[in-house]
Design a protein around this ligand. Structure first.
Ligand code: PBG
Length: 337
């Protein structure tokens, strides 16, 4: 009819037009995952003669110090900007207080120092600051014999000492993962007192009591005594809001960066945390998340590399500034350095 306005193009056509070619899709991509977003978790074990593959984490090994250094150099050459180190004692060196972690000549110090020597300032060296790998009962701290619970305040004193040892060995970033109250403040205070004010803290701020840490516990040879769990100190998966309280406390205590862990089952938490803090937000795509992709891919049920890329991109899209992932090396090869 004369005088009628032209019929607008159906809006969906507009969206489809921008998906037509790879170049168009590349131009309008909202989330850009790059090698700069990746941190590789690495295990190094005392007393090994050769690296030992971890069955439940295909492609991941417990390293010797020389093989750790080789792996770190390989990751650096691929453009990965950071690693997080998990040193493991000899099984016979585990005890109730995790004292082997604090041995000044122990695996903690030797592994971090070797990596620092190899890479200089060319790579961010993070140190997981926890005791579960070193305690014979497998809890993240010292257990109070009367209650059977982890003694929060005795534990954070040990974390503070461990953080100083890790920083002196050359760690750029201390990453306390034990979910003890006041751990960030205790570590910050100890670092400052030890005249290590430039060492940063990445707080595992919102760490859930997840069933997805199973393969990690195999890799780190951690068994919680008596079939116990960490439900008394890690967060309940049903609770989203308390993650924001945990994050706010850690930032107030001096955390330079905060982490949400695991990643995919807590993408809502990543988004919320990103919204409320100004510090960088990390997410940890944990061992179980990696193992599920590897296992399904091994059976030919999914395209493993494609799923890995999709998952880690989703973590970034949800709001993470960087992602700790056992896929770091593989993704770096795909994404280019
Ligand atoms: C504790 C720690 C754990 C992980 C990282 N640091 C295990 C736990 O809390 O039981 C798990 C990481 C993963 O599953 O990849 N030191």
């Amino acid at each position: 009819m004369p005088g009628n306005p032209p019929v607008p193009t159906f809006p969906a056509r507009r969206l489809r037009r921008l998906r037509r070619t790879p170049a168009l899709r590349r131009l309008v991509a909202q989330t850009r995952l790059t090698v700069d977003d990746l941190v590789a978790p690495l295990f190094v074990a005392d007393g090994l003669d050769d690296p030992r593959p971890v069955a439940s984490l295909p492609g991941v090994s417990q390293h010797t110090i020389p093989s750790l250094v080789d792996e770190v150099r390989r990751l650096q050459a691929l453009g990965v900007p950071g690693v997080i180190l998990f040193p493991l004692p000899r099984p016979e060196d585990k005890d109730p207080t995790g004292s082997a972690a604090l041995d000044p000549d122990g695996i903690t110090h030797r592994a971090i120092a070797a990596v620092r020597d190899a890479v200089g300032d060319g790579l961010v060296v993070m140190a997981d600051c926890c005791l579960d790998e070193f305690t014979d009962h497998g809890h993240c701290g010292i257990v109070d014999p009367t209650t059977g619970d982890v003694d929060n305040d005795a534990t954070i004193e040990r974390y503070a000492d461990l953080a100083v040892l890790q920083a002196r060995a050359g760690a750029d970033v201390i990453a306390p993962s034990g979910m003890m109250d006041g751990q960030v403040a205790a570590i910050r205070d100890a670092l400052d007192t030890a005249e290590l004010p430039t060492t940063a803290i990445l707080a595992y701020a919102a760490k859930y009591a997840s069933a997805l840490y199973g393969p990690f516990r195999e890799a780190a040879e951690v068994t919680i005594v008596g079939g116990g769990d960490r439900n008394g100190y890690q967060q309940d998966p049903r609770n989203g809001r308390e993650a924001l309280a945990e994050v706010a406390l850690d930032v107030a205590e001096g955390a330079d960066m905060v982490m949400v862990k695991p990643a995919l089952t807590y993408l809502d938490v990543v988004t919320e945390v990103r919204r409320v803090v100004d510090v960088p937000v990390a997410a940890y795509h944990v061992s179980g998340e990696y193992a599920m992709v590897k296992a399904a891919a091994e059976r030919g049920w999914i395209d493993g590399p494609a799923v890995a890329l999709e998952q880690i991109t989703a973590v970034k899209r949800a709001g993470a500034d960087f992602v700790l992932t056992y896929f770091a090396g593989e993704l770096a090869e795909v994404l280019g350095g």
